[in-house]
Each structure stands twice: as C-alpha cells, then as structure tokens.
Design a protein around this ligand. Structure first.
Ligand code: XMP
Length: 525
C-alpha cells in the first residue's frame, strides 16, 4: 500500500490516482491522522502531499510525533511533495524560510548530482516542472543532499536514501510536469521496490469476499437503482456475491426521459440479471407536484415520495421473507469519502458523509439498515472499469449524469402543466440522438433539453403559431462543479433545430444555452 497523507493540496487526489494508474494500490487519509491510523494500514511507502500552508504558521497541519521514527525503524519510504518536503525538513531540524524567491508555475529544474530519485544518468539533466510554493528549504537536516535545484537556485529535490526519506519541491503528479510520471514510477519501483499488481479483477474478488463475510447466510439486502452508473455497478457486484438475496427497486416517478424505464429495465434484467422490482409511481409523484413551481419544493416533494415508496417496498419484503432486510447497498464513491473528512485549511468542505438516497431525499428513519458500500475506495473511472468486468454494457457506463429529481428540474415551473413533460421527452430524445449520431456524446459531460414556461409567436405551414420554446444545454466539465458550454458546429445546431420544430408538435422555437458554470448552474432549476 502507498499511503498519501493529505495536507490540503488541490492535487492530492491526483497523486492517489496516478499511483493507482501504475497498478499500485494507494489510499489517502488526512495528514493530521494519529500515528495508529497510519501504522494500522501497514504502508510500505508514505507520500506527504502539498498544501496551502506555511510550516511557520502556528497550528499548520503536520504528521504525528513519532511518524518519521516509526517509518525509519520499519523501513518505510517517505516522500514529501512541496509542503510535505518542507515538513520533513523542518521536523528533522533543517530550516525552511519564508520564501523571497516565490515560484509559481512552470520552472526548469536541473539535476545536480547522482541520486536515487533520478539515477546516475540524469546528472546535469534539466526538466520542466510545475512549482507552486512561497516557502523554501534553505538548510537541510543532517544526512540530506540537494539533488536538484530550480533555475533560480532554490532546492527542488532532496534525499537521504539511507534513512529512506525523499522530497520534491515541485508537483510530479500534474501533467504540467511532463517527466513527473517517470519520476514517480522510478521512485516506486526502482527506489522503493514496490510491486505492481493491483487490478480491478483483484478489487472485484476482494469485495465479493468482504460482502460474503459481512452479510449472513439468511440476511437480505436492498438497493435502490437510479439508472445511473454507480448504483448499477454496486448492485451488480453485490448480486454476484449474494445472488437473489439482493432485492432492487427502480421507481418510475413520471419524471424519466423518453423510454427510460423500458431501456434501463431491459439492461437490468436482460444484461445484468438483477432482481428488480419496477414500481410505476408516476401518478403518485405527479399528483403531489401539481401546481408546484418552486424548484426546492419540487425536490422536497420528490424526496418524500421516494421515501414512502421505499418504505412500502421494505414492508412488502418483510412480509414476503418473514424478516426485515438488514443491509442497504449504496454507490458511494471514494471522492465522497475523502471529501467527508478534509484536512484543516484545505478549503474543501465537509460536504456529506453518505450520499442520500437518489440524492433527493433520505431513508426512512426507522429502517435501521446497515450500509454496504462496495465502491467506497474507487474513483469514477475505476467504477467504470469494474462495470466492464461485470459486463455492464459500455453504453450504460458512459451515460451522462441525470439528476435525482429528473425532468422536474428541466420543466421550469409546474411540471404537470399541459403536456410539458411529453414535449420535453421528445425534444430531449432528438437532441441526444443527434449528439450520438454525430459521435459527440462521449466528449460532452452532460446534454439535455429544457422546457421553458413561455410561448412565442411563429409561423408554420402558413399558419401563425403561439407555441413553446425549448432550450438546449450541453456542457463539458471534469466533475460538475464548474462547466463550460459546448461549442457545436452551426450545421449541427441547424439540423437539430429543424428536427425538433418539424418533429415535435407544440414547439416553434429552439434556443441554445451559452452560459458556463459559474455564473449559471448546469441545470436550470
Ligand atoms: P448544477 O445544476 O448544480 O448541477 O450545476 C451539477 C450536477 O449535479 C446534478 N444535479 C443533481 N443531481 N439531484 C441530483 O441527484 C439534484 O437535485 C441535482 N441538481 C443538480 C446536475 O445534473 C449536474 O450533473
């Protein structure tokens, strides 16, 4: 295991991901964790991340007392990156000064001497790296050598190979450091002697074992499928472990996309052989939503209805099985887990410990279910890899995200007004199908249509019309937190607009949303 101690750098997750991409298992915990939390994990390598702090600030985060002593006595390799390097220097009696040579952005660094970090052949070699630091190590602890310096003469890499302590002032994990992956690879495999061998097949096998050891022979497990990647992969994995003691529910809330219920149920049943109860609750949801225009009220109503249905499902199961289900499967991912305990000063928020059901409500309070979260150590792309091994169809794994409240946040205002939902479904289908036909689907984070509560004047077939306006929204994004609107070619937009106005009765105008996030959000409500 390669353990990352997080001091709040925006790149910490990236270190974990880079190491995993080398087929080495890596985990990240808070840099201020107690010593026992570190030693219990038995890492062979510990990497101290960068962070926005200065070691001179009182209460700046640091590793626990005894950590370096424990590492040295147990032959554990330690690499400090940026702030991590400065921590090592300061804690071992060297000197870090508040930098007069602040270095931000691309820099040249030059390897000064033969070293374990770069090897004999790199002496005199210069490489471009990404620096981002104000403070600077000016006096190294005894036994350390400076092995590389920046063009301004600042310390860029240090090592004490006999104590197995190393430091890089720059960030090898970012793509702006083109040789960074080579350095990490060399450090892990040649210097630390780590063996690569961590694969998704191993993860699958291990998770199945864990589930079988956790869930008793006559325990039952429930899972709410949203039609999204995470819950589907999580359910498929649990099903592989415990078979039909898993009971899934998929709710048609009347707010799904064109033929969505049929399409996802076909995948669940035919491709994945999941035991799914499909509940058509559209009337129930739409009755409750009648006349409601406030977006947050809509979300609350939908959340509450989900809970009611979930409750009824659990009671039905209890009657059928003669006992209550004991476990609930959740598709929680690793970023949710890390984000739930960010280090002090990282600027990241304590967002949520566990994703609420469908992200729209919660679970009935008296259900007292224990959680199974088989994806909680994985990133999204790793979940997709796992899905591939579990034969989840590729088209399903690559689906754009879809919000829990569904089309309710894409019909602005009252969703039950006229045939807004039906119009939106048709428009959305034409837009998405055109995107797929043009081969653009995988380059877009999310694309959808929005039904606007306005009418505009038009002319169709010599007739004056007073019909609906729809908006098309397509964005690129890394994580949905920020987004850029997608630049379609004019010809593509022209074709889509024609298809919509000719194909969907009641629409005479199509507009495109050309705002990024911020200032807008991705959804309109
Ligand atoms: P916004 O509109 O906040 O969306 O920029 C960011 C991402 O979150 C999705 N989204 C939701 N997902 N329940 C969900 O499960 C919601 O209430 C919700 N609102 C927005 C949105 O589709 C985008 O991917």
């Amino acid at each position: 295991l390669v353990l990352i101690l997080d001091y709040g750098s925006q790149y910490t997750h990236l270190i974990t991901r880079r190491i995993r991409s080398l087929n080495v298992f890596s985990l990240c915990i808070s840099g201020t964790s107690p010593l026992s939390a570190i030693t219990d994990l038995k890492p062979s390598v510990v990497i101290l991340s960068g962070g926005p702090h200065s070691v001179h600030t009182p209460d700046s985060p640091t590793f626990p007392d005894g950590f370096l002593h424990w590492a040295e006595s147990n032959g554990v390799f330690v690499l400090g990156i940026c702030y991590g390097l400065q921590l090592i220097v300061q804690r071992l009696g060297g000197e870090v000064c508040i930098g007069h040579k602040q270095e931000y952005g691309r820099m040249d660094v030059n390897v000064q001497r033969e070293s374990a970090l770069f090897g004999a052949e790199k002496v005199g070699h210069s490489q471009v790296v990404w620096m981002s630091h104000g403070d600077e190590a000016v006096k190294l602890p005894e036994g350390f050598d400076v092995v590389a310096r920046s063009q301004q003469g600042a310390v860029a890499a240090i090592e004490n190979p006999s104590r197995k302590f190393f430091g890089l002032q720059y960030h090898p994990e970012v793509t702006h450091t083109p040789e960074g992956m080579d350095t990490l690879r060399r450090f892990l495999f040649d210097v630390c002697g780590v063996l690569a061998g961590w694969t998704m097949e191993d993860v699958l096998e291990e998770e199945i074992k864990v589930i079988n050891n956790t869930v008793g022979q006559d325990d039952h497990v429930i899972c709410a499928l949203s039609g999204g990647v995470d819950s589907t992969v999580a359910a498929t994995l649990v099903h592989k472990a415990i078979g039909d003691r898993l009971h899934c529910i998929f709710v048609d809330n009347g707010l799904l996309r064109y033929k969505e219920r049929e399409r996802v149920m076909e995948t669940f049943e035919k491709n994945l052989h999941l035991p799914v109860t499909c509940v058509d609750a559209s009337n129930q949801f739409l009755t409750e939503l009648k006349g409601v225009t406030d977006p947050e009220k809509k979300r609350k109503i939908i959340g509450k209805e989900f809970i009611n249905i979930f409750d009824a499902f659990a009671q039905e199961l209890e009657q059928k099985l003669g006992k209550k289900p004991s476990y609930l499967v959740q598709g929680t991912l690793y970023p949710d887990v890390i984000e739930s305990c960010p280090p002090p000063g990282s600027g990241r928020t304590h967002s949520h410990t566990i994703k609420s059901h469908h992200n729209v409500g919660g679970l009935p309070k008296d259900m007292k279910l224990k959680l199974i979260e088989p994806l909680k150590l994985l990133f999204k792309d790793e979940v997709r890899q796992l899905g591939r091994i579990l034969d989840v169809p590729e088209s399903f794994l690559k689906r754009h995200p879809f919000p829990g409240p569904g089309l309710a946040v894409r019909v602005l205002g009252d969703v039950t007004e006229g045939n807004a939902l039906e119009i939106l479904r048709q428009v959305d289908e034409i837009f998405i199908q055109s995107i797929k036909d043009a081969g653009l689907y995988d380059s877009i984070w999310q694309a959808f249509a929005v039904f606007l509560p306005v009418r505009s004047v038009g002319v169709q077939g010599d007739q004056r019309t007073h019909s609906h306006v729809v908006a098309l929204r397509a964005v690129t994004s890394q994580d949905g937190m920020t987004a850029d609107w997608y630049y379609f070619e004019h010809k593509f937009l022209d074709d889509v607009s024609r298809k919509i106005c000719n194909g969907v009765r009641g629409v005479n105008r199509v507009v495109q949303d050309i705002t990024s996030k911020p200032p807008s959000t991705i959804e309109w409500e």
